[in-house]
Design a protein around this ligand. Structure first.
Ligand SMILES: [Zn+2]
Length: 153
């Protein structure tokens, strides 16, 4: 790791731990009356406890952390299918103004989580887009974890 990447890593740590980007974004939208309800699909490997702690108390933000660390699915094909079913079920339950995606790629089969294939991330993206179109909501994503370059390409 050269000095530039060390600085970048430090900035990423500050960005993820010092500020919760998703909470900042959704709180801004809520407080300014731009939305009344929201959902967070957090497919990072790690449980989004910061997001949950900040946003669940609002009573207007639904949060899904499918298969996060410590709450994981079985490995392999069955685990992947379960994971995607959980995401699909969550999305189908939504009637919100906006869907935020905490897009961590550390659950990729080449990364720590060793579970999801690249196609699974495309599938989740399509699911969010399709559901957003069905319910007339907006959607956006924020990059979260992912530690193996190949899992993010
Ligand atoms: Zn993570």
């Amino acid at each position: 790791m050269n000095i530039c990447s060390k600085r970048l890593y430090a900035l990423i740590i500050v960005g993820n731990l010092g500020f919760n980007n998703m909470a900042v974004a959704l709180t801004h939208l809520l407080r300014n009356g731009l939305i009344k309800t929201a959902a967070v699909l957090d497919f990072d490997l790690h449980y989004g406890d910061g997001t949950e702690n900040i946003l669940s108390g609002t009573g207007v933000v639904d949060i899904c952390n499918p298969g996060s660390y410590g709450h994981g699915h079985a490995k392999g094909e069955a685990g992947r299918k379960d994971y995607l079913r959980e995401v699909e079920s969550f999305l189908k339950s939504l009637r919100v103004d906006i869907i935020g995606i905490s897009a961590g790629f550390d659950n990729h089969e080449l990364d720590w989580g060793e579970l999801l294939a690249t196609d699974d991330y495309f599938a989740m993206g399509r699911m969010v887009k399709e559901r957003a179109l069905e319910i007339g909501s907006g959607y956006f994503g924020m990059l979260e974890g992912g530690y193996i370059r190949e899992s993010q390409t």
